[in-house]
Design a binder for this molecule. Sequence first.
Ligand SMILES: *Cc1c(COP(=O)(O)O)cnc(C)c1O
Length: 420
Amino acid sequence: MNSKQLFEESKKFLPGGVDSPVRAIKPYPFFAEKAEGSKLTDVDGNSYIDYCLAYGPMVLGHSNPEVVSEVEKQLVKGSAYGVPTEKEIELAKMVVNRVPCADMVRFVNSGTEATMSAIRLARAAKSKNKIIKFEGAYHGAHDNVLVKSGSGAAGLPDSPGVPEETTRNTLLIPFNNEESVIEIINKNKDSIAAIIIEPIMGNVGLIPPKNGFLEFLRKITLENDITLIFDEVITGFRIAQGGAQEYFKVTPDLVTFGKILGGGFPMGAITGKKEYMEMIAPSGSVYQAGTFNGNPISITAGLATLKQLDQQFYSDMNSKGKNFREGIRNILEDKNLNYQVAGVSSMFQIYLTDKTVWNYDDAKTADTDKFETYFKTLLKEGVFVPPSQFECCFLSKMHDAEDIDKTLNIIDTAMKQIKD
Ligand SMILES: *Cc1c(COP(=O)(O)O)cnc(C)c1O
């Protein structure tokens, strides 16, 4: 069956034909056959240079030989035990050695689980219930954080089935706005347990923090007995060995990881300072558990991945990202298009707006119809970027000069079309 036929069939058995909403590309998604290096191949025989990279995890490219070989070796030794393994200690040590705020680690199965448990932990540690979240930030698909709407007040749920009683404790403010933070903390004196933040917003395109914003958050949370949680599910192990906290030199209390940490397999983690981490069961009373926590396959893939992420890797990725964005900027300049090229290290997005994007409202000024033209042109020419203006694109180790030249030429074609 081809992708079109598979989608017809799929819709009968999977809601909307997919297992996660973002995959419902219109008019129908292409179905994957295989992936290797920087390329993703579909069942229709097309091959794409992949800048989606499974929405972030595949930092070494697809089917990295080391990861494949280590996972093969582990597979024949069993894939789940229900008792601990030595490899969990090894990976935890690696995380602790790299991540500034990490003293201990709890491995879970996804980024969603990680933020859910980190918020529970912060609430327990502070004996307070409210949390602050930034508009447009994504922290997974659980009830506490499925809130985007509203401003400066408790947000309304984004999805039916989420009780207002739950989201009443989730306060929303715009990103990069110090006054809003001060105001909401003053209004909710002594009831805010945590601020949770993506240090670089990666789920509304890409929005970097303004100079000093993260430092400001660190200071105000310390002054007000609030836990600072960095959600580094995207930035962790992508922009530096120690993630955004190393990159921006701001150390939070708790961090959540996912995506890259599992080396292409499902995994998440909560890490942070010892006084917090020791509150987690069974060492403490904050409940957290999982049948597949610390799964040996995911742990093995994570180890094989992190071992390859050395300093050289990050300096290569930084310059690759920088050159690529410069290439895109040249194309835009050449065509007199005043669009925004946002990016940090190997993360990037083009915002089809003439407004500099510092928060969710700015991002929403982008022209999503034009973005669809851009996306479709790229796809037709063999380049796969996430189908939404409000996602972020990624480079991998395997994207070479040839891939990038080819991609820039195709972006040039797409921009020509948008202009006409
Ligand atoms: C992807 C993502 C999550 C959720 O992770 P899942 O593994 O999809 O549950 C949480 N936070 C951020 C910043 C993410 O990008």
